[in-house]
Design a protein around this ligand. Structure first.
Ligand code: NAD
Length: 430
């Protein structure tokens, strides 16, 4: 059987949405191709003295709604196809939230965990040197993604400012607060996902009490969310990282898990090698087993393509909230829909990160900084309004929440394309 590419899977979502709205051929044609893709070699002098060349990428997918925006991922499996797909998703995500941005993404093929701090800093600075002509506060604005963080964004902003011979904080978001970062950015993806849950859970007949949750991934996007859910009374029964999962039927004590993860940088240490076992019984599962637990709410928050046609038939959750980008394949979507399992899509659920990145960019350009309360209340308002709009499309058109989110984004992108002139305008005059 021919292997479907991740990009063609992503395009299927666009094609599905386009069936339910009148969209011009121009819009569909535009959205089939990225605006520009850059592949760079990133030379780094390693601590051993050896020179190593890493492959880096930046894709600006579509800038019809404004400068492009999207994170930078460090992962051994990063490749141009993946970066292009992530940039495509960013185009729709920014439109879902009505942010004045198009979509982009970047990445380096690297196992960042194997680098020393010095090597990581060199790699990050050399990557910015390599892509400096491709980005800019009015052109393309990067941010963190998997295995990149605040400190790396700070190095990158500093490097870009050195190249430009002036301070340019608005070139990158997700920076440390002391370098022009926004309050609330670190937990923004989690906070936004939590806002979407609050907006939709009532409609989906759920309430925190008695709702069991399993979360795949325990990084920037998932760990604060696990704690928010725990504090709100949800029963978080399982969490995982790349090494495996821990499961406790009666519910995990998330603050303790978080502390152990921070102290030891691995859930593995929680498994039993130290005192957490003393106060909480739990089972150790593989990531695959964890996804199939009989929970109310399943939150994939790590990597793409973890729910596929292979395992979708065995998923027992009632509801899936996609915090990761692209965790459910289109084939799996169909199986889940037949089983009555609803999927709340990534381009809505995890859009809190880019929304507060937008707030950070606005604050950098204004030179005026907001309080945490202001950030969170504006985020809450945006996430709630757009969730409700998507819910209304889901009901009125009788389509999945994913298709509803794509329809919502497509209408906004189409408007930006059409105001530049359509085929009819430029067509033959009588
Ligand atoms: P991160 O690097 O902080 O954390 C990733 C987590 O996933 C870690 O706990 C890691 O151990 C786990 N993981 C890695 N490979 C795994 C595997 N094969 N199986 C199970 N777990 C695995 O990254 P993050 O920023 O939390 O990003 C996670 C997802 O959320 C990605 O899909 C990212 O694109 C998406 N996302 C993140 C943000 C953000 O602001 N951080 C915003 C939007 C979307």
């Amino acid at each position: 059987m021919p292997q479907t590419s991740i990009f063609s899977e992503a395009s299927q979502r666009l094609e599905e949405a386009a069936k339910h709205v009148t969209i011009s051929e121009d819009t569909i044609e535009r959205l089939k191709y990225p605006k520009a893709s850059l592949t760079v070699s990133v030379p780094v002098r390693m601590d051993s003295g050896e020179l190593k060349i890493f492959q880096g990428y930046r894709v600006r997918y579509n800038d019809m709604r404004g400068p492009t925006k999207g994170g930078i991922r460090y992962h051994p499996s990063v490749n141009l196809e993946e970066v292009k797909t992530l940039a495509f998703w960013m185009t729709f995500k920014c439109a879902v939230l009505n942010l004045p941005f198009g979509g982009a993404k970047g990445g380096i093929t690297v196992d960042a965990k194997k680098l020393s701090r010095f090597e990581l800093e060199h790699l990050s600075r050399r990557y910015i040197d390599a892509i400096a002509d491709f980005i800019g506060p009015d052109v393309d604005i990067p941010a963190p993604d998997m295995y990149t963080n605040q400190m790396i964004m700070g190095w990158m902003m500093h490097e870009y400012s050195v190249i430009q011979r002036r301070q340019v904080p608005a070139v990158i978001t997700g920076k440390p607060v002391a370098m022009g970062g926004s309050l609330g950015r670190e937990a923004a993806t989690s906070q936004g996902a939590y806002d979407v849950m609050q907006a939709l859970l009532g409609k989906l007949n759920g309430s925190p009490k008695n709702t069991t949750v399993a979360i795949q991934g325990f990084g920037n996007a998932a760990a604060p969310l696990a704690e928010m859910l725990y504090n709100a009374g949800f029963k978080v029964v399982a969490v995982s990282d790349s090494k495996g999962a821990i499961y406790a039927k009666q519910g995990l004590n998330i603050p303790s898990v978080k502390k152990f993860k921070e102290d030891t940088s691995g859930l593995k240490a929680v498994y039993c090698e130290n005192s957490v076992c003393g106060f909480q019984e739990h089972d150790v599962l593989t990531n695959e087993e964890m996804l199939e637990l009989p929970v109310d709410l399943l939150i994939p928050a790590a990597i793409e393509d973890v729910i596929t046609d292979d395992n979708a038939g065995r998923i027992k959750a009632r509801l899936i909230f996609e915090v990761a980008n692209g965790p459910v394949t289109p084939e799996a979507d169909e199986i889940l829909e037949r089983k009555g399992i609803r999927v709340v899509p990534d381009i809505l659920v995890n859009a809190g990160g880019v929304t507060v990145s937008y707030f950070e960019w606005v604050q950098n350009r204004a030179g005026y900084y907001w309080t945490l309360e202001e950030v969170n209340s504006r985020l809450h308002q945006k996430m709630t309004e757009e969730s409700q709009r998507i819910w209304a499309i889901h009901e009125s058109k009788n389509v999945s929440l994913r298709t509803a989110a794509y329809i919502h984004a497509l209408r906004r992108i189409e408007e930006a394309i059409n105001v530049r002139g359509t085929k009819e305008y430029f067509g033959e005059k009588e």
